[in-house]
Structure formats: structure tokens, C-alpha cells
Design a protein around this ligand. Sequence first.
Ligand code: ADP
Ligand code: MG
Length: 383
Amino acid sequence: MTFDTQRRDLVAQAFSSCFGGLPSVWCRAPGRVDLMGSHTDYNLGAVLTLPIGRDTWIAARPNSSSEVRLHSLNLGADASFALDSNEKCPEHPWIDYIHGVAVVLQEAGLPLCGFDGVIHSTVPLRSGLSSSAALECAAATVFETLGAWSLDPVEKALLCQRAENHFVGVNCGILDQFTSCMGRQGCALLLDCHNLTSQPVTIAEGIGVVICDTKSQRQLAGSEYGERRAQCENGARLLGASALCELTHEAYISREHELPPIVAKRCRFIIEEHARVAALAAALSAGDHPAIAELTAASFHGASHLYEITSPAMHTMMAAMLAAPGVLGARQAGAGFGGCMVALVQVDQLDEFAAAVRSHYFAATAILPEIYPVSAAAGAGFL
Ligand code: ADP
Ligand code: MG
């Protein structure tokens, strides 16, 4: 039996024991890893992003009511909401991600059907690979299918972002939802968060992407994220720009002295990180190993010294990744503060790389990390 058949059986069985019978609709949406561009999305800059094979499934069946009833296999929990309610669920905050999607879709004038559904995700939760957007985009796809209307994928991404911003209350940029909706099998995306456009980027043969999960909790991620975002917005305002990435590197440097020191540190990271995005896209397509090493090292250095989003576990993981065979470059992923990191590795040495990182990191922390290669997967859709 293939892994997917096993997964399908697991979800179908859970559906049958929760609701009886079988689901009629199977939707999925991927998680993502950013290869370059930490925190550039809300500064309306660029991100090099990879939709990954780890994804969230929702197996659903309309229930002829105005209720959505869900079971999450990852959490072993049940929860429900009424389509005409706007109340969050403090007891099961996870269902707010789907409820929020229902609220914004209805605000956009789209008719929704109640359904019963089982959720199963292979995206680790709260680890920086965006399980939240995968859940939102899979849910929007279920509503779309059952409602018999269709949304442009960029519009779907914007509505899911709106659900997370306004209903869940997380002030994220567009990166996660855009990647989850617009993913294409076989290529990374060079995303322009200002225009909401993307270009496919083919990674040169022989280069693999490896997730290195520190298995350390993302502490303070919420409050620190909000603080970084506010500092960037303050910097942009002081320089008369509507978003930081509107400024060229040159224009920024000539006026950096006008900013308070802490704001200048944050802004400088964003301006430099933004410039590294197109450079890494070019280096990965060309298979330019020295440039990959240099750009990823500079990204981690800036994340550590300027944006200050690294943690001790991330530094240990960085050392483990850089010492392992086959490594071409390594850096943080997601918002930082623990969670997952990402390495670019020669594909003929993936196993040796993973084994070396595991033993190095475990020896230093007594935590067994998860190390696995990922490749580019299609965006939200059907199974
Ligand atoms: P990330 O998006 O990096 O994984 P977030 O904190 O943004 O981390 O989102 C994680 C939250 O999304 C979880 O705590 C949970 O509330 C919700 N979530 C994601 N996937 C699932 C799932 N499969 N089942 C239930 N809730 C989920
Ligand atoms: Mg998230």
C-alpha cells in the first residue's frame, strides 16, 4: 500500500466513525517553506517560496444544515460552528481558522453549504511551515466545491489571509496563503507581494531542499512578530514610503541615519533580505553553489544580528546543517523563533546530510530533530 492509500484509509475510517458513511469531496492544500525572504511579505517585497508535498486534507460531505462539524485527526478533537454565527470558539481555537474562512467568503457574497469533515495534515503544526494557511486554503476549496462556484486562486489566497487577519487575529502577510493557493508542482515561486504576481523558478538539478525542524517551540513568536512588523511600518512612515520594500537599497542607505537605531536595524535587514530574494532565485536556477552559500549565510546572519528572530536551538541547528556532508547553504524559515529551518543540499548526499544533522543536533540538545527533503507541490485543489 502506498502512503497516500494508507492516509486515505485513515481519513475515511475516521469520517465513518465520526459521521457514518463516506466523504464525497476530498480537498487538499500544501504547506510551504520560504527559501529566501524572511518577513519581507508584509513589507510588500519579494519572497522565494516553495509549496511543499506536506499538506492538509479535508474529506467532507454536505450535511443539509447550516452547521460545519469537524474532526481534526491531528488534534483528536471535534468542534463545530454555525454558518450564520460570528462568535469565535475559545475552547477550540483551531476551528476559528475554518470559521474565519466561512465568514469572509460569506462577506464576499458567496453562498455556503454546511458540511461534516475530517481534517488530516502532514504539515507540522506551529512549526513555521504554515499549517494554518494550508488549513484555510483547504477549507476554502471545500466551500468552493460544495457551493458550486469558483474563485480565482489569488482571490482565494487574499480571502484566506483576511480570515486569519480579521477573524483569527493573526496579522500575517500574504506569503502563506499565496503559496498554498498558487503552488505548482516542480518549481519554486518568486512572489512579488506588492503586485501579487509570481514567477516559476526551477531549481537546478542536483539541488534538494531539506527541512530541519528544531522541534523547539516558537516562544514569543506572536508578540515579537507584531513588534517587528510595527517597527518596519514605523521605519517606512519615517522615510515617507507606504511600504519598506518600495525603497531601493540606495535610497534606503542614504536616509537610514534618520531612523532610531533599533528601527534602522530592522529596516536594514528587510532591505538587504529583499535584495537577496532575486539573487537566490538566480543562484538556484543556475546551480551557483558559492552564491547559494553566501546568500543563505548572509540571511541567517541578518536574522540573528539585525532582525533578532533566532533562538539558541536555531544556532545549534545552523551549526549542525553547515557541518553536514552535501550542504550548499542553510538558513531560518518562517517567522523564526525556533520551529523549522531549511537547507539546500546536494541530492546525492541527502541521506548522509540528514544522518549527520540528526546526530550533531541530538548530541548538543538531547532533542531528536526531524530532517526531511521536500519538493514543490501543486496548490490547493482536489485529491
Ligand atoms: P503554522 O502556520 O506555522 O503551522 P500557526 O500558529 O500559524 O503555525 O498555526 C497553527 C494553528 O493552526 C494550530 O495551532 C491550529 O490551531 C491550526 N491548525 C493547523 N492545522 C491544523 C489541523 N490539521 N487540525 C487542527 N488545527 C490545525
Ligand atoms: Mg501560520
